[in-house]
Ligand binder design. Structure first.
Ligand SMILES: *Cc1c(COP(=O)(O)O)cnc(C)c1O
Length: 214
């Protein structure tokens, strides 16, 4: 399993369908440094983790060594971990409630660090899933940007595993456009080709690059 070849074949696919400016986030959760190093040595910039604690254990040293790296928080974020998240991450994809927006805004102002945000939307209306409900999206977006001064660059979705990802991607692509946002965080190992049809700009790819997680 060669992570560089795996990464290149995704890049090659994107090139062949003539898309540019697509960012591949290598989702390195559960994987150790030695698995990640080939990509870092190759000059890759975007990496994703889903737990604050794991990122804190793994990335401070690597970020020192590779200062261009941008680290993406793609997992659920509890507001009591917001401060630590801001220290280590450059992008947060899971902004989905007011309390979290309040704390992030406060902590970010205290540090002066510039973080970019995606608002996560619960497109499948699944009660147990993260993400803001569709009906609340537009108000929540105004709240985050106008009242909390958060730099929201796009929407993020984890589609339900029901075979209808195309429908959810279409919805999010339209919602993104209606808010005038430029970036869309959709597309994982199993559905990134579909996501690219719906204007994905940040793909979050784990197992296709690193192999299966145990
Ligand atoms: C783990 C994870 C991914 C990557 O999943 P793969 O199927 O391994 O590509 C993408 N997005 C989120 C939010 C994740 O937690």
């Amino acid at each position: 399993m060669n992570v560089i070849n795996n990464y290149f074949s995704i890049q090659e696919y994107i090139k062949n369908i003539k898309l540019s400016n697509i960012k591949i986030i290598s989702v390195s959760k559960t994987f150790k440094e030695e698995k990640i190093l080939p990509l870092l040595n190759n000059g890759n910039i975007h990496f994703g983790e889903n737990k604050v604690q794991e990122a804190q254990n793994k990335w401070p040293f690597l970020k020192k060594r590779f200062p261009n790296v941008k680290l993406h928080m793609i997992g659920k974020l509890q507001s009591n971990k917001a401060k630590k998240a801001i220290e280590i991450f450059d992008y947060i994809h899971s902004l989905d409630n007011q309390k979290l927006a309040d704390v992030l805004s406060k902590e970010q102002n205290a540090t002066g660090k510039k973080i970019k945000y995606f608002i996560q939307v619960n497109v499948g209306m699944e009660s147990q899933k993260s993400g803001i409900q569709k009906e609340l999206l537009s108000d929540f977006y105004s709240y985050c940007t106008n009242e909390k001064n958060l730099d929201v660059i796009g929407l993020m979705v984890i589609p339900p595993n029901d075979g209808n990802e195309e429908k959810y991607f279409k919805y999010i692509c339209e919602a993104n456009a209606s808010l005038g946002l430029k970036e869309i965080s959709i597309g994982m190992s199993s559905d990134y080709k579909v996501a690219l049809k719906y204007k994905a700009t940040f793909l979050r790819i784990g197992s296709l690059i690193f192999g299966s997680r145990i």
